[in-house]
Design a binder for this molecule. Structure first.
Ligand SMILES: C[S@@+](CC[C@H](N)C(=O)[O-])C[C@H]1O[C@@H](n2cnc3c(N)ncnc32)[C@H](O)[C@@H]1O
Length: 220
């Protein structure tokens, strides 16, 4: 699915988030370097927007991005070349990361975890490749709150977004999958609990833009 929308993916992120997605990733990048990381793994890196934000914050840090869709990575490599930035973007599965135990100071994942076939297994893999004291930083779209408060979000997610996404990408199914995956994803408090169950401590989270996006942080 991601291979089929790769070319329009960045444009759609800007349009569908009303230009806010860059700000959410910037906040995640700040959270990573608040922990003094030098070597960072960005899982489900896609077209490398978070990996590039990380590099902007700390040009001397080594940033590795991993994703299993080569078409997304290729766009990321092109963007890195255009900006004269060195990123290592590699093909690999977030559920079975091709890296040694304790080999990164921080692990990030932006809007990728809800696509994992097994979220808890993914969290355990992040824990495995982190060094003790390292941080995990997760950006994800929580399900909209129940009741009236969530009504405008649900309207946007279920009615507007699949149409606009389908029109621009030409792949209607990909953009009806997006709200489906968001509605099935655990709410922030439950994700925090599952980070704890995977072994992380000091787990906390912050809602971004009235809870449209959430930033979770944990420490190994
Ligand atoms: C919504 S995109 C997010 C991309 C990027 N992190 C961003 O912030 O724009 C989700 C990405 O997760 C990747 N993905 C999903 N499951 C994966 C897995 N098990 N291993 C590696 N990548 C995965 C997809 O290929 C896709 O590129």
């Amino acid at each position: 699915m991601f291979a089929s929308i790769a070319r329009r993916y960045d444009l759609l992120n800007r349009v569908l988030s009303l230009g806010l997605d860059g700000r959410w990733r910037e906040e995640a990048a700040r959270a990573v370097f608040g922990g003094g990381a030098k070597r960072v793994l960005d899982v489900a890196t896609g077209t490398a927007d978070l990996a590039l934000a990380l590099k902007r914050h700390r040009p001397d840090a080594e940033i590795v991005g991993v994703d299993f869709v080569e078409a997304m990575l290729e766009i990321g490599r092109h963007k890195a070349r255009r900006r004269g930035v060195t990123l290592r973007l590699e093909q690999g599965d977030g559920l079975d990361l091709p890296y040694r135990d304790a080999s990164f100071d921080a692990v990030t994942v932006a809007y990728g975890l809800r696509n994992f076939a097994d979220v808890d297994r993914g969290l355990r893999e992040f824990y495995r490749v982190l060094r003790p004291g390292g941080r995990v930083v997760v950006l994800e779209f929580p399900p909209p709150p129940k009741g009236m408060l969530g009504a405008p979000f649900r309207f946007y997610f279920l009615r507007v977004l699949p149409r606009v996404g389908g029109l621009i990408s030409g792949q209607e199914s990909a953009y009806s999958y997006l709200p489906d995956s968001v509605l099935k994803f655990p709410p922030p408090a439950e994700l925090a609990r599952r980070l704890g169950a995977a072994g992380f401590t000091e787990v906390h989270y912050k809602l971004q833009t009235f809870g449209v996006s959430a930033l979770h942080i944990g420490v190994k």
